[in-house]
Design a binder for this molecule. Sequence first.
Ligand code: DAH
Length: 339
Amino acid sequence: MRNKIAAYLKEVEAFSAEKPEQLEEFRIKFLSKKGLIPALFADFKFIPAEQRKETGKLINRLKTEVLEKIVQLKDTMDSQNEGVGSGFDLSLPAMDPLGSRHPLSIVRNEIIDIFSRIGFTVSEGPEIEDDFHNFSALNFPEDHPARDMQDTFFIEKNPDLALRTHTSSVQVRVMENSQPPLRTISPGRVFRNEAISARAHCIFHQVEGLYVDEGVSFTDLKQTLFYFARELFGEHTKIRFRPSYFPFTEPSAEMDVSCNICGGKGCNICKYTGWVEILGCGMVDPNVLKSCNIDSEKYTGFAFGMGIERITMLKYQVNDLRLFFENDLRFLNQFKSAR
Ligand code: DAH
């Protein structure tokens, strides 16, 4: 019997298989109910008592070697066959990416793209801002209602600091730090003490624009924003300006675009006027230039500011602002195919 086992051990040691079927045959030969190893155990009782211990050990060794061989050969086959025939098809196209870009990021990036094509850079500023950059330098009078606690989140420990109420603060920082020609846009988050509803939120996003150089006029403003509106909403988009007031621009205007939903015929989005307001703008007030140490005799400029939420709502016909902040996947997944 010992000789038999020794021969089996040699056979196991020498065995190799390339196909799973060969391996299965090997397993059946040694381990199945009618296989060689159970047969050895069955013959065990005929062995003289003094040889049993030694022989038992040998049979167990044989069993272990067979099992190890099977595992080892299976591993080699798996690693050789990775991809092919192993349940994976490596030639299949990749799955849809799990995430999608947030609609506000999509629109912000599009706005940045449009302005960078005509030479605007991107500037950023802090979300916690001081009174000078958020208000004073922008020509807000001491008693302007925007400075009121009702609109602005002040920082309790330092009443000179507040969460910025608009990204116009960044134009002050840009002008302080560099001289014209300046052409920049500033996207960012802003904060106002507003009750949350379908049309208002205490946190939202704006893009500010600034262009300062010699001889900049309202015509430049109009042409730049006309280009912008057509790029964003389509080439048939019309624009119109209505006189308005902002402390930091003079003259000031609000710009409407022809309603991109009904094409200007009138619908409930444009309240049947055919027009929707998208931004505020104007010629930079000379007082603002002076506050930022820019020669207001030599230079003129225009500025504009828009809300990203509002533009996204128009572009994608979203009717409740709160959707942008809830991160409901049923909403976000609808933007998977957008840029
Ligand atoms: N800062 C204004 C706001 O938050 C938007 C704005 C209006 C910015 C006119 C401008 C501008 O630069 O010229 O409502």
